[in-house]
Design a protein around this ligand. Structure first.
Ligand code: DOR
Length: 436
């Protein structure tokens, strides 16, 4: 196909949360990386894609991923992470800065964004570190990182333990307009424990983390957001008391948003019983009991949680082969986030497709201030074709990510990406990432 051929996608059901549009029989035409208006491009040849039976959805954003480059490229690279995104139907990501070195300077922000752009598999928005080296001691140069393209700031992987530093970061966010994303975990309570403090942990003899380790810090952060007027985004919420803090913030109209992961919506700490000492279930925050999972589902339905994010945390199999307490935390999630969302929320009828898809579109777009206008004419053509009825079994052997670590392995999900397009170029079709 030459570059002056129009790609015409016909017959799909359109869900465009950015424009608030739903249509049963879409006709989308793309040329030169952009969506064409009705009257444009009539003079060009067309490649028609028959998308009947599929959904077409503009830019799906996973705003919490870990690509391990620079520094840990045996776990993941920007390239393999981008390909995993393409395979999962995710066309934009926000990448956390806990690489080695930590992304804490404008040069590194620029380098990362440039690398992803040159590869073209996913639109990548860098998240800059809040503190130098994510060490929690000295504020990094947030302003210059923002100028270089950082869309948010976080020391994720590590909590910002110092309340004074958190106050400073949130104060700064009022002028920057970018959110501060905290990984809420009071380290003096979690003390290196690896799982939720509950019965399955006790049965295995693994030391546990109480939910209070998360919620105490979420409450602190919310109070500091009230004090400063700053923009706070609460990462990977897993505990009901954290949700109360977010609700409190919403009642006061504070600038506070929150996200949940598919693994916390689909699994509980009972997975520890099923997987035993296999650290594939080890993730931070840990898998919680059923009551917490239900509270999360309710919070998503109520809009307390407006974002679904994978916390894609790929690890090498050798790292995950260590004894449970020594293995790293994390789940490889980019290739299951879409099926996870559809299975947790749409399949059981908890949310309709439009509402659920907001969690991967207008939700994260709003938090990061991306300003996407969906499939409006003239916009960059980022879109995903989804087969909403396909039932498939998670097989990490088929992942493009270098991390095969997921406790969803073997689980049946409903809904899968069939094709992904970034900037008007197909990056995945029929489940195959187009690597050339
Ligand atoms: O499980 C996790 N893994 N949680 C985090 O916050 C960090 C992440 C990682 O970087 O591996």
């Amino acid at each position: 196909m030459s570059s002056d051929t129009v790609i015409r996608i016909r017959g799909a059901r359109l869900f465009d949360p950015y424009q608030g549009l739903e249509a049963p029989d879409a006709d989308i035409r793309v040329l030169g990386g952009r969506v064409l208006a009705k009257h444009e491009g009539q003079e060009y040849a067309e490649e028609v894609v028959d998308a009947r039976g599929l959904w077409v959805v503009p830019r799906l954003v996973d705003m919490h991923v870990h690509f391990r480059e620079p520094g840990q490229t045996w776990k993941e690279t920007i390239l393999t992470g981008g390909q995993a995104a393409a395979h999962g139907g995710i066309t934009a990501v926000a990448a956390m800065p806990n690489t080695s070195p930590v992304i804490d300077s404008p040069e590194l922000v620029e380098w990362e964004a440039h690398r992803a752009r040159a590869q073209g598999f996913v639109r990548l928005y860098p998240v800059g570190a809040i503190t130098v080296g994510s060490e929690g001691r000295e504020l990094a140069d947030l302003y210059r990182m923002q100028m270089a393209g950082a869309r948010a700031f976080s020391d994720d992987g590590l909590p910002l333990m110092s309340s004074q530093m958190m106050r400073a970061a949130l104060s700064y966010s009022t002028t920057l307009g970018s959110p501060i994303i905290n990984h809420a975990e009071d380290k003096s309570l979690s003390r290196g424990a690896s799982v939720h403090e509950g019965k399955p942990a006790a049965r295995l003899g693994l030391s546990g983390v109480p939910e209070a380790a998360e919620s105490a810090m979420v409450w602190r952060d919310v109070l500091l957001a009230a004090l400063t007027g700053g923009r706070l985004h609460v990462a990977h919420v897993s505990a009901p008391d954290s949700l109360d803090a977010v609700a409190w913030a919403h009642q006061r109209h504070l600038n506070v948003t929150a996200e949940a992961t598919p693994h916390h919506l689909l699994l509980t700490d009972d997975a520890l019983t099923a997987w035993g000492y296999n650290p594939v279930t080890k993730v931070n925050p840990p898998l919680r009991p059923e009551a917490s999972r239900q509270a999360l589902l309710a919070a998503v339905r109520k809009g307390l949680i407006g974002v679904m994010a994978s916390d894609h945390a790929p690890h090498h199999q050798d790292d995950k082969a260590r004894p449970y307490p020594d293995a790293p935390f994390g789940i490889s999630g980019l290739e299951t986030i879409l099926g996870g969302l559809m299975t947790a929320l749409i399949r059981p009828g908890l949310m309709n497709p439009m509402e659920a898809l907001k969690l991967l579109t207008t939700g994260p777009d709003g938090v990061l201030g991306l300003g996407c206008r969906g499939l409006a004419a003239g916009e960059p053509a980022d879109l995903t074709l989804i087969d909403p009825t396909r039932v498939w079994t998670v097989d990490p052997g088929r992942f493009y990510s270098m991390g095969h670590n997921t406790p969803l392995a073997g689980m049946e999900l409903t809904g899968q990406a069939e094709a992904s397009m970034v900037n008007g170029r197909w990056v995945m079709r029929e489940g195959e990432v187009l690597t050339s």
